[in-house]
Ligand binder design. Structure first.
Ligand code: NDP
Length: 232
């Protein structure tokens, strides 16, 4: 089974691991990127810019055909207490993590409705349910993805399209590197499995949700967090 898979932010971090996992399974996985050397295959896309999303999807459709699996993975953090967060940072976080993911899902849906099948996987976070001091906007965006996925799952289920959220805990990437060793160690201590995740472990959950074995799973939030968010 070779499908057209689009992974936003697939040029590095968790997204790159997701692209690799789909390619290893024989799919055509296309990574979006914003700058630097293009991943192969890759399309330019800034998910904070609706016109760029549309142009990226058009490029995919022209070269490879309609997107059959969308992984909305692109995300940013702008950590800091809400009281000290400026509007521009809050807007960037919401526009990238929440609105960007929804606009990609909206755009992907066009082709999926025609095909009467498709898989949409949104990359959330453990903090979307548990909250995190210093990440109010980010947690709000990630929590928003859950309500959105469940609404979309209801809208699209009758057309054979599933929509799910993967909620990682602490994964070693550039996003978490900036937090430093003390914060990393504190999270490891609160994680029952006593370690951080490798990006490939998140990718394995994503490819499962996109595969035949997950055909009856929709509107779900699947944690990949070593037990960090247990109960949330
Ligand atoms: P990285 O910072 O390593 O990578 C982020 C990716 O998102 C990059 O490819 C980046 O592209 C892309 N991106 C950011 N903004 C935009 C934008 N406006 N348009 C298009 N692409 C964009 O982060 P991770 O790999 O760690 O995170 C991936 C996802 O996983 C995110 O949604 C994150 O919130 C989530 N997550 C991560 C966790 C972790 O511990 N690392 C934990 C829980 C969730 P570019 O190279 O152009 O900047």
């Amino acid at each position: 089974m070779s499908r057209v898979v689009l992974v936003t932010g697939g040029n590095r971090g968790i997204g790159e691991a997701i692209v690799t996992a789909f390619r290893d399974a024989g799919d055509t996985a296309i990574a979006t990127y914003r700058h630097g050397p293009p991943p192969q295959p890759g399309v330019i896309m800034d998910v904070a810019d609706p016109a760029s999303i549309d142009a990226g999807f058009l490029a995919v459709e022209q070269h490879w055909g309609p997107v059959e699996v969308l992984v909305a993975n692109a995300g940013i953090t702008r950590d800091g207490l809400l009281v000290r967060t400026d509007v521009a940072d809050l807007d960037d976080v919401l526009a990238t993590n929440l609105r960007g993911s929804l606009l990609c899902a909206q755009r992907a849906t066009r082709g999926m409705l025609r095909a009467r099948s498709g898989r949409i996987i949104l990359i959330g976070s453990v903090v979307g349910l548990s909250g995190s001091a210093g990440q109010t906007g980010y947690a709000a965006a990630k929590a928003g993805l859950i309500g959105a996925a469940r609404s979309l799952a209801r809208e699209l289920g009758p057309r054979g399209i599933t929509v799910n959220v993967v909620a990682p805990g602490y994964v070693d990437t550039a996003m978490t590197e900036v937090l430093g060793d003390t914060a990393r160690q504190a999270i490891i201590e609160r994680t029952p499995l006593g370690r951080t995740a490798h990006p490939a472990e998140v990718a394995a959950v994503v490819t499962f949700l996109a595969g035949e074995a997950a055909g009856f799973i929709t509107g779900a939030v699947i944690p990949c967090d070593g037990g960090l968010g247990m109960g949330h």
